[in-house]
Design a protein. Structure first.
Length: 358
């Protein structure tokens, strides 16, 4: 009987060890993924400074906006992201300035990332309504992780199954790490086409929580652009306020690479003022390649009012191996307000940027 009891205790202890190792694996894998790749927004044109610092002031108005994203709410390791920004264009010096605040929380790894950044861009005229913007950004980033809930195999008694307080690992309960980060970008546009390049984490700062350890934040590069087609020759009737509005079809792409990940977004938006509807594909659609990765289909609906208020909602339907039923996709909301868009002072002002609203 004693032998059976001992075997039973050993099996229970083994189960606890396996569970602890599995939990640690999930935590560390999600933790490493969070370390290696930046938070992404599906409505990245509703968060333009986050996409490229050269977008600061690109509306040639003053605008403020907030973004919220809830990714994978069906999983324990869901990610919640928040962003708020303000930017303005200074006509007397052909420059745009901007301020952005970002925060993300990864529930399973107890990892939170906070950032505050200041952006500047200069607009050079290349021809009639053809411009090149050069921008840069400096950010202060705080990363906070809580390891107090982790259980390691060395803490579990293999006979009794009891868990001791000390694991022998040199990990404290709470870690914080702060550093300065730098980004830069270029943006070309005329009335119908735009193309941009951006690079984030130029100095590839060390983000390790452990003293004496080196873990560099990988450089993230992005190439993005698109083309706008006028479907009404500049005239359509706004059924909300009976004013002349716009009817446009916009096609765009955004390619990102942050080792070891790469991603391509392809999308279209139809703007029939005040309604905006859009569809995106996210993945690497390379036929016959081992690198084929189909990630999401993204649907978007937005309202763009003549008083300067833009509100957008999008849903990511997951088509990867993770499965939408398991992950529950991702929800995203954006709200922006352009300060001069609906005022008499700003009446008739038209931004030189033709790009997406969301």
């Amino acid at each position: 009987m004693n032998s059976l009891n001992a075997i039973g205790k050993s099996l229970k202890a083994l189960a606890r060890v396996s569970k602890a190792l599995a939990l640690a694996g999930v935590v560390l894998s999600s933790f490493n993924a969070a370390l290696a790749q930046d938070i992404q927004y599906s409505q990245f044109y509703a968060n333009p400074i986050y996409l490229n610092p050269a977008f600061a002031g690109s509306s040639e108005m003053s605008r403020m906006g907030v973004n919220y994203r809830n990714q994978w709410p069906g999983l324990d390791q869901s990610i919640n992201s928040y962003s708020a920004s303000f930017d303005s264009y200074l006509f007397n010096i052909n420059s745009g300035v901007g301020l952005i605040v970002n925060r993300s929380q990864q529930s399973q790894a107890n990892l939170s990332i906070s950032e505050i950044g200041a952006a500047y861009s200069y607009r050079a005229r290349l021809g009639f309504r053809s411009f090149l913007r050069v921008g840069g950004q400096v950010s202060y980033i705080d990363r906070d992780a809580y390891f107090g809930n982790l259980v390691f195999g060395s803490q579990i008694d293999d006979m009794s199954g009891s868990i001791s307080d000390f694991s022998g690992e040199k990990l404290g309960a709470d870690f914080r790490h702060q550093f300065v980060d730098y980004s830069a970008g270029l943006l070309f546009n005329n009335e119908s086409v735009w193309f941009g390049l951006s690079a984030h984490h130029l100095s590839q700062p060390n983000i390790s929580f452990l003293d004496g350890q080196m873990s560099q934040l990988p450089l993230k590069v992005s190439a993005h652009g698109g083309v706008k087609f006028d479907l009404s020759n500049g005239y359509s009737r706004n059924f909300m306020n009976n004013k002349v509005g716009s009817k446009e079809l916009v096609l765009a792409f955004n390619y990102k690479n942050q080792e070891p990940f790469q991603q391509l977004d392809l999308g279209a938006q139809l703007n029939i003022q005040p309604l905006v509807i859009g569809l995106w594909y996210r993945g690497i659609p390379v036929v016959g390649s081992e690198n084929v990765q189909h990630e999401s289909l993204i649907g978007l609906v937005g309202i763009s009012l003549g008083n300067g208020l833009d509100v957008g909602y999008s849903y990511d339907y997951n088509v990867s191996n993770l499965g939408n039923a398991n992950s529950a996709g991702a929800h995203e909301i954006s709200i922006r307000y352009s300060l001069l868009a609906g005022s008499q002072q700003g009446a008739g002002r038209k931004s030189s940027m033709p790009c997406f609203k969301y």
